[in-house]
Design a protein. Structure first.
Length: 375
């Protein structure tokens, strides 16, 4: 029998980012958070009490709960696919934090498993569903910058060891700036240009050990296992090229820099780690005005504003309506395929083809409203 009313959600992984998800999901009437689970049941309990969630327990408690329809997987990247696969095996749809996995095979296997079970997989980031990126995509589709030709993206800062209480996983295989923050920028690029055809990259590591700066374990020294600066270039199947910097090695913080150049203008797109921001366009100056400050037109932002958790809502609604989630497993897999290809390119020092393909991701409907009950 098809259920009605809010979709029951269970969390696996109740660390740092679970706070943000719990705050935001509480605002969506189509979602009801039923239970929180973690390897560390005390952490799940503390988080549940903090947010007024009535039940907590182990991973198995979440998976066995009859009212949980969607599992929100907020574990560390190394176990994303394993936990997501368990959720599918338990008959649950799954939303997973990025990346979908840390290797192609387990990511692909997960999608096959879900497909065979008739269950949905959605993958972060959902920031691209926010009004910032959606407004930019609509403007580009209208031809506001002509034919898109190229893009540049930059995210650089000192690294998450400065704020995360348990940052080791962010410097381990499956993370580093490429796999940890690369998904935001690459998902944005794929939303703008479509499937990636090939990539090349170079990478480096500023130092082999880092020190935790925040929380109870501040002062602890740990090994850095991945490149902490990556420069990557990509070519897209339908045309267009991009260049990107992903760095945990820069004293100068520069975040959220996404610039798309078309035949008629250059567009600044909001930080893909956030849901909104400013969309601005500048056009080529007359020869006499070259060297002067660029003149910017601002594109008015349209669409409903919500934060992290929007993708869970979209997936939860899709699980009832039969729609395909916009932040889909296929998109998450194509981004993973691209991340792995960049990693291979920088190790092998050659151009690496990206084999997977995805259809152009549909836009969020104009009248999408996360804050009304629809189910
Ligand atoms: N922290 C952020 O600002 C942030 C932002 C966006 C996305 N993310 C992503 O969210 C995910 C979680 O990040 P976090 O910062 O909350 O990490 P965290 O280390 O604070 O929390 C991870 C939690 O997962 C649990 N866990 C680990 N392995 C498990 C397993 N096998 N079974 C059950 N529980 C397990 C841990 O006990 C811990 O409570 C990561 O993929 C990260 O990339 C984090």
């Amino acid at each position: 029998m098809t259920r009605t009313g809010p979709v029951g959600v269970g969390f696996i992984g109740t660390g740092m980012i679970s706070n943000t998800y719990l705050e935001n999901l509480a605002r969506f009437p189509d979602i009801e958070v039923i239970i929180l689970g973690d390897l560390n049941v005390d952490a799940a309990k503390a988080r549940a009490l903090q947010h007024g969630v009535g039940q907590w327990g182990t991973v198995d408690d979440v998976l066995a709960h009859p009212d949980v329809e969607v599992v929100v997987n907020l574990t560390i990247p190394a176990v994303h696919a394993e936990i997501a696969s368990k959720a599918i095996a338990a008959g649950k749809h799954v939303w997973t934090e990025k990346p979908i996995s840390v290797d192609r095979q387990s990511g692909r296997d997960l999608l096959v498993q879900a497909d065979q079970a008739g269950l949905l997989v959605g993958v972060a980031p959902d920031t691209v569903l926010g009004p910032g990126m959606q407004t930019a995509r609509r403007a580009i589709a209208r031809g506001d910058i002509g034919e898109p030709l190229s893009a540049q993206t930059v995210i650089q800062y000192v690294g998450p060891d400065i704020f995360h209480p348990n940052p080791e996983f962010l410097f381990s295989p499956g993370a580093g700036p490429l796999f940890d923050i690369g998904p935001y920028y690459l998902t944005a690029l794929v939303q703008l240009f479509g499937s990636v055809a090939s990539v090349a990259a170079v990478g480096s590591q500023s130092r082999p050990k880092r020190t935790i700066r925040a929380g109870d374990r501040a002062g602890t020294v740990f090994d850095v296992q991945v490149p902490t600066h990556v420069s990557a270039i990509a070519r897209f199947v339908d045309g267009g090229v991009s260049q990107s910097v992903f760095s945990f090695d820069s004293p100068l913080t520069r975040m959220g820099y996404v610039e798309v150049t078309g035949t008629e203008g250059t567009m600044i797109i909001p930080d893909p780690n956030f849901f909104t921001g400013e969309v601005k366009i500048t056009r080529a100056p007359a020869f006499e005005a070259m060297g002067e400050k660029p003149v910017w037109e601002t594109v008015p932002i349209t669409g409903a504003y919500a934060e992290r958790g929007l993708g869970v809502l979209d997936l939860a609604r899709a699980s009832r309506t039969g729609a395909t989630p916009l932040a889909s497993g296929e998109l998450g897999f194509h981004v993973l395929d691209t991340l792995v290809a960049i990693d291979e390119a920088l190790t092998q020092e050659q151009v690496v083809p990206v084999r997977s393909r995805i259809d152009r991701v549909p836009l969020v409907a104009d009248d999408y409203d996360p804050f009304i009950a629809t189910l």
